[in-house]
Design a protein around this ligand. Structure first.
Ligand code: ACO
Length: 333
C-alpha cells in the first residue's frame, strides 16, 4: 500500500499591510479592542489586479521548488478557496495549473471555508493511498478582501489575503506518512457564517447590484462558542484514536482565526506555548490559506525540521472542522 507524505511547503503574502489603526478610521473600532478580542494587529491585502490564482500560483511554485519533485510529476491540483477568481467556473485550481505550466492534470477546487486546507489534505491522502495519484499539489488561497464588507466591524477586522501550498507524495515508508486526518461538517449551523447573496439560492430574487453582493456575514460570538467546543473535542479525539500524547506534538498549527480560540484549544491539550504556532497577529484570518501560511512561517524561520510531528486543526463556515497528524517529511534533508 502507498502512504502519503507531506514533502514541502510554500506561501505567498501580498505586500500591502492593513493595520488596526487604519481600520479604526474606517469603522467604529480600535486597535485595543481588536488586539484584546482577536490577537490580530495587521493583515495583508492583495492588489486590485492580484487574484486568488496569482497568490496560489506563487505559493505553489515555492512548494514545488522545495519538494525535490519535478513539476511534470504532479498529477493532481486541489485548491481550497471561498474567494475563487470566478464565482462558478473555471476553478481556481485549473487557472493555477496553467500559470504553473503543469499541462494535463486533474484539477478542482473545494469549498470548506477555513477548514479547506485540512479537507484538501484528506483528499490528497485518499487519492495517493488508493493508488490513483502520486504527487498532489494542495493549495489554500484566499482574496478575502474581495468578499469582505469594510463597513461591518464584526467581520472586516478579522480577514486578510494570502496563499499557502504543499506537495503531498506517495511513499512506501510508513514512518514518513501522514498519520490521520479528521474532517467533519454540520449544516444545521450554516447560517452562522455565510455569503447569503449571489448563489442559486438567491441571485434571481435580487436585481440590484448591492443586494447581489457576496460579502461574508458572521454571527461571531455563536461561531466562537461552537468553534472552541468542536475543536477541543476533535483534537482530543484524533490524539486518542492514534495513541499519541499531546507532548509528542512538536508543532500545533491551528487555523489562525482568533488568539483566544487557539489558546483555549492549546490549554485543553495542556500544550506548552513553544508548541503552539501563532501568526494571527500579522496575517489575520486568511481562511483556507492560514494553516499552510503558518507552516511556511516555521519552515522559513527554521523551527520546522524533518521528521517533526505537526497537529493541524481548523474550523470554519459550513460549519466545517478538521484536524490532522502530519510528520514533516521532506525529500531534501
Ligand atoms: N470593535 C469594537 N467593538 C466591537 C467590534 C469591533 N470590531 N465588533 C463587535 N464589537 C462589539 C459588539 O457590538 C458587542 O457590543 P455590545 O456588548 O455593546 O453588544 C461587543 O463588542 C461584543 O461582541 P461579541 O460579538 O460578543 O464579541 P466577541 O468577543 O465574540 O468577539 C469575534 C467577536 C472576534 C468576531 C469573535 O466572536 C470570533 O472570533 N468569532 C469566531 C470567528 C471564527 O472562528 N470564525 C470561523 C472561521 S472564519 C471562516 O470560516 C471564513
Amino acid at each position: 500500500m502507498a502512504y502519503a507524505a507531506f514533502r514541502s511547503i510554500g506561501a505567498y503574502t501580498p505586500s500591502k499591510i492593513l493595520s488596526n489603526s487604519e481600520l479604526s478610521q474606517m469603522v467604529d473600532t480600535s486597535d485595543e479592542w481588536i488586539t484584546k478580542r482577536t490577537g490580530i494587529k495587521e493583515r495583508r491585502i492583495a492588489a486590485d489586479d492580484e487574484f486568488t490564482s496569482d497568490m496560489g500560483a506563487k505559493a505553489a511554485q515555492k512548494a514545488i521548488d522545495r519538494s525535490g519533485i519535478d513539476k511534470s510529476e504532479i498529477d493532481m491540483v486541489v485548491c481550497a478557496t471561498i474567494s475563487p477568481d470566478y464565482f462558478c467556473m473555471p476553478s481556481t485550481a485549473t487557472i493555477i495549473s496553467t500559470k504553473l505550466g503543469l499541462g494535463n492534470v486533474t484539477a478542482f477546487d473545494i469549498s470548506a471555508a477555513c477548514t479547506g486546507f485540512v479537507y484538501v489534505l484528506s483528499i490528497a491522502k485518499a487519492f495517493i493511498e488508493s493508488g490513483m495519484k502520486k504527487n498532489v499539489l494542495i493549495i489554500g488561497a484566499e482574496k478575502l478582501s474581495a468578499i469582505t464588507d469594510y463597513s461591518d466591524r464584526g467581520t472586516c477586522i478579522l480577514f486578510g489575503d494570502g496563499a499557502g501550498a504543499a506537495i503531498i507524495s506517495a511513499t512506501d515508508n510508513k514512518e514518513e506518512a501522514i498519520i490521520d486526518v479528521h474532517t467533519g461538517a454540520d449544516g444545521q449551523f450554516a447560517d452562522l457564517l455565510m455569503t447569503p447573496n449571489g448563489g442559486s439560492g438567491s441571485m434571481h430574487d435580487s436585481l440590484d447590484q448591492e443586494a447581489a453582493s457576496c460579502f461574508m456575514q458572521m454571527k461571531g460570538n455563536e461561531t466562537f462558542k461552537v468553534a472552541v467546543k468542536t475543536l477541543t473535542k476533535d483534537v482530543v479525539d484524533i490524539l486518542n484514536d492514534n495513541g499519541i500524547e499531546a507532548s509528542d506534538i512538536k508543532h500545533f498549527v491551528p487555523h489562525q482565526a482568533n488568539l483566544r480560540i487557539i489558546k483555549a484549544v492549546g490549554d485543553a491539550l495542556k500544550l506548552d506555548d513553544k508548541q503552539v504556532v501563532i501568526t494571527v497577529e500579522k496575517y489575520g484570518n486568511t481562511s483556507g490559506a492560514s494553516i499552510p501560511m503558518a507552516i511556511n512561517d516555521i519552515y522559513e524561520n527554521k523551527t520546522l525540521k524533518a521528521g517533526e510531528l505537526m497537529l493541524l486543526d481548523a474550523f470554519g463556515g459550513g460549519l466545517t472542522w478538521g484536524s490532522a497528524l502530519v510528520p514533516f517529511s521532506p525529500l531534501k534533508k
